[in-house]
Structure formats: C-alpha cells, structure tokens
Design a protein around this ligand. Structure first.
Ligand SMILES: NC(=O)c1ccc[n+]([C@@H]2O[C@H](COP(=O)([O-])OP(=O)(O)OC[C@H]3O[C@@H](n4cnc5c(N)ncnc54)[C@H](OP(=O)(O)O)[C@@H]3O)[C@@H](O)[C@H]2O)c1
Length: 255
C-alpha cells in the first residue's frame, strides 16, 4: 500500500506525456480554442481575467492544500523545497497577478477554461505530491550542474515570459482590443516570445527536478505551446504585410 502513490504519480506522469501528444495532434487539427481564435458565437464564455484566474488557481491551491493538510516529510530538504517553490512562484504570478493585468483580452469559451482547470488540478497534484512526499535528492543536489543549469533556465525563462507578456499588454491602450506587431525583447527574433520564455522555464524545472514528473510537465507545455505559436506566426504573416519575415516561430534562430 505504501508504494501505491509513488507508482500512481509515475503512471500519471506518463499519462501526462501521452495527453500532451494527443493535445498536440488535436490542436494541429482543429486549432487553438481561445484568445483571437475563440468563436464569438459561443454562448458559454468567461471574461479573460476570470477565466485565467479560475483555471490556473488549482496549480497554486492544490500544492498549498496538500502540503498544509499532510506532514510533508521531504520538504525538510532544500532541493525539494526549492523545486516546489519554483512551481508555486510561477503560479502565484500566473493565477493572482497575470489575469488582473490583461488588457482587452477576448472572452474564453467555458470548455477551454474547464479543460485548463482540470489539467492544473492534475498537474498541481502530481508535482506537489511528488516533491513533498517522495522525491529523494542527495544533500548536495543544489550544487549539481543539472540543478544549477535548470534553476538558471527556470529563472531566465520566467523573466522572458513576464517581460514578453508585458510587451504584448502594452500594445493596447486601455479599452482597445485590436492587434499590433509586437516589437522589442525576444519578439525581434520570434513570434511567440512569451511561449519561448514559458518553455525555457519548464524545461529548466524539468532539468533541475531530474524526474519523470518534471519532464512530463515540460513535454506537455511544449505540446500545447508549439501548435499555438505556429498558429500565431501564420496569423501575423497573413494579417500584417510588413510583418518581419525573418522572425522565427518559437525558438530564436532555429524555428
Ligand atoms: N504552460 C502552458 O501550458 C501554457 C499554455 C498556454 C498559455 N500559457 C501562458 O499563459 C500566458 C498567456 O497565454 P496566451 O495563449 O493567452 O498568450 P497570447 O495569445 O500571446 O495572448 C496574451 C495576451 O496578449 C494579447 N495579445 C497577444 N498578441 C497581441 C498583439 N499582437 N497585439 C495586442 N494584444 C495581443 C492577448 O489578447 P487577446 O486575448 O485579445 O488575443 C492576450 O490578452 C503566456 O505567458 C503563456 O506562456 C502557458
């Protein structure tokens, strides 16, 4: 019985990888469901700030609830503490700050919000239970090159993500809902600089955690963001004649 939950967490992580690949295929076939691509005819829609706050909150609430509700033995160790803090810091920003800064965001279809809510609950459980109860690291893991590189990537990715979202937000005056060509920062190199930052962030977390749980989340993020980045890139090229042709889609200088 003792071994049941670690095995479950591994199984859920492999399932997360499989779901990521399935979602990648679905997004390529039917397109992304929210933002500029959301149907304006859908009856069930939520204002963008409400949708973002609600759907992302489980990734913050589930870890806090689980760690407060049960003795979290492994959180006596620094590697576990730091890794869980990396996850929580991101979701404090994503669920409590980012939604309330949005300018003129399109309403989100309810089904899209529900899917994101379910994923955030699932992934919040997997990451936080694994790190708080089961992940075993040597005491000197925090000086291991994998941890240090992963942490640096996570921090740099988060800064790029926040800065890029800031650039997008400032393309609009209060009350505006239209689109302009993003300029500055990594938008000079790619169409989806905010997604590049997010991807770097979770790849760093995956590397620093050196676990199937962390790797599964990085893969899932890639599977969700790549098709949407490709859609954005095509959309920009069609909408703006003067869109810089040398810009890549997601990864500077690569694609
Ligand atoms: N970890 C994950 O799996 C995951 C998945 C999805 C998103 N995210 C993160 O969540 C954040 C938001 O994602 P998103 O998909 O909503 O990003 P997005 O499509 O780039 O849009 C972000 C915001 O900027 C506005 N915007 C985008 N391009 C614009 C332009 N050219 N001119 C004016 N306004 C523009 C959008 O308005 P409209 O709503 O009106 O288009 C929206 O409010 C990002 O940081 C992303 O990395 C993470």
């Amino acid at each position: 019985m003792e071994l049941a939950e670690p095995s479950l967490l591994d199984a859920l992580s492999y399932l997360e990888c499989a779901l990521g690949i399935l979602i990648f295929v679905l997004l390529k076939l039917v397109g992304s469901p929210y933002g500029r691509y959301a149907s304006q005819h859908s009856a069930w829609r939520l204002a963008a700030p409400t949708a973002w706050a609600l759907q992302e909150l489980p990734s913050l609430a589930v870890p806090l609830f689980l760690c407060a509700g049960t003795p979290a033995e492994r959180l006596r160790r620094w590697p576990n503490r730091i890794l869980l803090a990396m996850f929580i810091v991101h979701y404090v920003q994503r669920s409590l700050i980012f939604p309330f800064l949005i300018r003129g965001g399109k309403p989100t279809p309810l089904y899209s919000c529900v899917i994101a809510f379910v994923f955030c609950t699932y992934n919040g459980y997997v990451q936080s239970r694994y790190l708080s109860q089961y992940a075993e690291y040597a005491d000197d893991w925090v000086t291991d090159p994998r941890f240090l590189t992963g942490f640096a990537l996570w921090a740099a990715g988060m800064l790029i993500n926040i800065h890029s979202d800031h650039i997008l937000r400032n393309l609009r005056q209060p009350g505006e809902t239209g689109y302009k060509i993003p300029r500055g920062g990594l938008f000079e190199y790619v169409s989806a600089a905010n997604y590049f930052g997010e991807l770097v962030e979770w790849c760093g977390y995956g590397l620093a955690s050196w676990s199937v749980q962390g790797g599964a989340f990085a893969l899932f993020t890639f599977c969700v963001l790549l098709p949407r980045a490709q859609e954005h890139h095509q959309w920009y090229l069609q909408k703006f004649e003067n869109y810089p042709k040398f810009r890549k889609i997601l990864i500077p200088f690569l694609f």
